[in-house]
Design a protein around this ligand. Sequence first.
Ligand code: 4NP
Length: 170
Amino acid sequence: MPTDATGQPGKAILFVCLGNICRSPLAEGALRREAARQGLSLTVDSAGTGDWHLGHAPDERAQRAARRHGFDISHLVARQVTPGDFARFDVIYALDRQNLRDLEDLAPAGHRARLCLLSDEIPGRAGGDVSDPYYAKDEKAFDATVADVETAARTIVRRLLSGSDRQGRV
Ligand code: 4NP
């Protein structure tokens, strides 16, 4: 089990979107980088509710956006959410409200993971969506996704380092 700078076991965090080729791999990459920067040990992964892109690398536009913002997601491989994820992870962040509804439908009774929206970690955006850039005509939509997931990653890491997760949040 990973430990953080204070010797605490690291939390396990999963990001879930529809295809696991755009938003959730960007969220995974952003949180991995922010945790590494701040010396926080975490288990971080991502998955999709859909099965269209299993085994695929992230969308090229997402890979390019990550690179523009200084991190690399080219090695990630799309997978689908499994029932075991609800036991392995402490928190599962849905990238949008439909993803959250799908997770709630998939969750085994009495599961361990806390299910929530990633937008709840973005100031002023609680209860909303990290919008899907997949069908966007302008690749700039992916930069907006990166901005959202970087903001959320900073919020998550700050809270974990401050210890306020021990009051029942992440
Ligand atoms: P993601 O974006 O959920 O952010 O990975 C999508 C990727 C693929 C599809 C939809 C959204 N698709 O319909 O194939």
